[in-house]
Design a protein around this ligand. Structure first.
Ligand code: ADP
Length: 371
């Protein structure tokens, strides 16, 4: 008999959460969350600390029962199926490797727990180690491995049972930036090669952007928005998404009509917006105008534009090829500008400047309703 290879054998499950709720006392930590995930999709649960990411992940894994709602794998309701029968692999932040066991035995551990025939265990573990490119490391102890290698052992252990779903709870949080970025790409490549469906938890929006087919943005237990990263970035449903994904300059105010165009009047400046953006809201609604830092340019102080943003440069930060300029206006509101180093007005802290952008780059969105 030939040993089955991962590529032929693994297929990610589809996943459906329907109205999942979790309540502790008076605290609703998962508030009617519904999400659909296709086979082999890489989905990130993103949100600030306390937004309910881990709770949702633990409900999907089966460590926690939802107060209401259901979970389906491949259209089969598994809400009451115990953890060990869900065929889920998990990777945790601290790897949770056994320090006294060598790499091979760490990876074999789930096979022992699931009483896989002894004769198959070594082969399956070696196969999983080959999938994460760790052949030759079988007899090392975790303490003899780098952080990235330990991470790969944890990954091999998570896939050794050929899970239908891989769950990752901030697995890269403990790594330094360079290694974290390298591991993000590696995990993504591996999950694609193996066709795994992955649910990853993070509070790091850059990680979510790099890795995800879709992002589920959570806030206070609610699913704020679910979609492709670029969709959330370009079409935020509300200010929570706009603030969480990428840097932004937000103007909260009333949508009104000026003599020439639609504007968002924040009581200090009038932000001109296009008819298309304005058409999604009724005149007079409270809205949020979003201006991304890359759309903003810094000009020398321009008195011919009295309604625009005027301020003083409060910081100039170099970030490799680009530059971040912070400008503070007279009410102490801070604006972020991102720009390349060429062809731009040189500025230094204290310079009095005007900020300009084109109305085509302003997105109008709704303030998030909180209750
Ligand atoms: P995140 O992973 O996004 O940081 P969590 O899912 O860990 O958020 O927690 C969401 C909320 O649920 C938090 O307010 C947390 O205090 C609360 N919470 C988590 N577990 C429990 C528990 N066992 N009992 C009571 N409250 C809990």
């Amino acid at each position: 008999m030939t040993t089955p290879t991962y590529k032929n054998d693994l297929r990610g499950a589809s996943l459906r959460l329907r109205g999942v709720k979790k309540i502790y006392g008076n605290n609703v930590v998962a508030d009617d969350v519904s999400i659909e995930i296709s086979p082999s999709e890489f989905v990130t649960l993103l949100g600030a600390s306390g937004s309910g990411k881990t709770t949702l992940l633990r409900i999907i894994a089966g460590f926690l029962d939802p107060t209401a709602g259901s979970i389906e794998f491949d259209d089969v309701d598994i809400t009451t199926v115990p953890v060990h029968k869900r065929r889920i692999g998990m990777v945790f932040q601290n790897y949770a490797l056994f320090p006294h066991m060598d790499v091979l035995h760490n990876v074999m551990f789930p096979l022992e727990m699931h009483k896989v025939p002894r004769a198959d265990r070594k082969n399956l573990a070696r196969e999983a180690l080959a999938a994460v490119k760790l052949e030759g490391f079988e007899s090392r102890k975790p303490s003899q491995l780098s952080g990235g290698q330990q991470q790969r052992v944890a990954l091999a252990r998570a896939i050794v049972m050929k899970p239908r779903l891989l769950l990752m709870d901030e697995p890269l949080g403990a790594l330094d930036r360079r290694l974290r970025e390298a591991m993000q790409i590696e995990i993504l490549k591996l999950s694609r090669e193996l066709g795994l469906t992955v649910i990853n938890v993070t509070h790091d929006q850059e990680e979510a952007f790099t890795m995800s087919d879709k992002i589920a943005l959570l806030s206070d237990g609610k699913l704020v928005q679910y979609g492709a990263p670029e969709e959330l970035y370009l079409h935020p449903v509300n200010d929570t998404t706009a603030e969480f994904l990428g840097e932004s300059n937000l103007f909260r105010g009333k949508l009104s009509r000026s003599s020439t165009s639609w504007v968002v009047d924040d009581g200090h400046v009038n932000i001109e917006v296009t008819d298309i953006q304005a058409s999604r809201f009724a005149e007079g609604s409270q809205v949020v105008a979003v201006v991304r830092p890359w759309s903003v340019s810094v000009r020398s102080r321009d008195h011919s534009n009295p309604g625009g943003v005027q301020g003083a440069v409060s910081a100039v930060i170099y970030a490799g090829e680009s530059q971040k300029v912070l400008v503070t206006d007279e009410r102490n509101k801070e604006y972020i500008v991102r720009r390349t180093l060429e062809d731009e007005l040189p500025v230094e802290v204290g310079d009095r400047v005007s900020l300009r952008w084109s109305p085509e780059h302003v997105v109008v969105t709704a303030p998030m309703v909180r209750n």
